[in-house]
Design a protein around this ligand. Structure first.
Ligand SMILES: Cc1cc2nc3c(=O)[nH]c(=O)nc-3n(C[C@H](O)[C@H](O)[C@H](O)COP(=O)(O)O)c2cc1C
Length: 213
């Protein structure tokens, strides 16, 4: 059965939803609510890319941070998504928080995070995950599971007694937003949509408009 946000809750958030001129602040408040109400991975987000062949490709990633500069995820720089982003730096994200019946869509330009930022995040991962990053040639053909496990054993031995360095082929991307759309479910499919737009990420301020559901 489809759930609709209760009237009392809607009243409390309506003013903010309608009045906010700051999409990053609004995103932050929605994300805080999602962290409370989603049972699994509120930071999970669909990432859409398209490379030189213009064929859209989409997969889930985890958004590890966000701020005024954009939304950051981490991955293997030899992966299919990285290949596509190298050919076309335009990408889109789509968050869906089922428990809140809300969606946020982002379109923007992707750039690599700094080495320092990637190092700092890599250092927070568990040692097994750090070794996993070394062991996986993400998106490349794998003959059998044994080959992956052999790589894990190799890097586990290599780093048994020392700190795991960030692999040079593993880093983060920031989606610098040019358009952010907030959607929340309304009764009888009369949903509410607000979209924030800007032509250039270097300029402050956003234009905002509402869209029919
Ligand atoms: C919930 C979820 C979160 C994921 N998070 C990441 C992630 O943060 N980074 C990543 O590289 N892959 C992540 N994956 C795996 C990707 O969806 C994908 O399989 C992988 O990155 C290879 O994609 P590609 O071949 O298009 O590069 C996640 C998958 C799921 C289901």
């Amino acid at each position: 059965m489809a759930s609709v946000t209760p009237a009392s809750e809607r009243a409390a958030t309506t003013t903010e939803f309608e009045a906010s001129a700051d999409p990053i602040g609004l995103f932050g408040r929605w994300f805080d609510e999602a962290k409370v109400s989603e049972t699994e991975l509120p930071e999970a987000v669909a990432l859409a890319t398209s490379g030189g062949d213009a064929l859209p490709d989409v997969r889930m990633v985890l958004m590890k941070s966000f701020d005024e500069r954009g939304f950051v995820f981490y991955t293997n720089l030899g992966s299919q998504k990285a290949l596509e982003l190298g050919q076309n730096s335009r990408a889109a994200l789509c968050f869906h928080w089922k428990s809140l019946t809300r969606q946020v869509r982002v379109q923007g330009i992707v750039e690599e995070v700094s080495k320092e930022e990637a190092d700092a995040y890599f250092a927070t991962r568990s040692k097994q995950s750090q070794i996993g990053a070394w062991a996986s040639k993400q998106s490349h053909p794998l003959e059998g599971r044994f080959d992956l496990e052999t790589q894990v054993v190799k890097y586990t031995a290599k780093y048994a007694l020392k700190k795991v360095d960030r692999p040079p082929f593993w880093s983060g991307y920031r989606v610098v937003p040019l358009r952010i759309e907030f959607w929340r479910q309304g009764a009888f499919r009369l949903h509410e949509r607000r979209v924030f737009m800007r032509d250039d990420a270097r300029q402050p301020g956003w234009k905002c408009k509402r869209l029919y559901p």
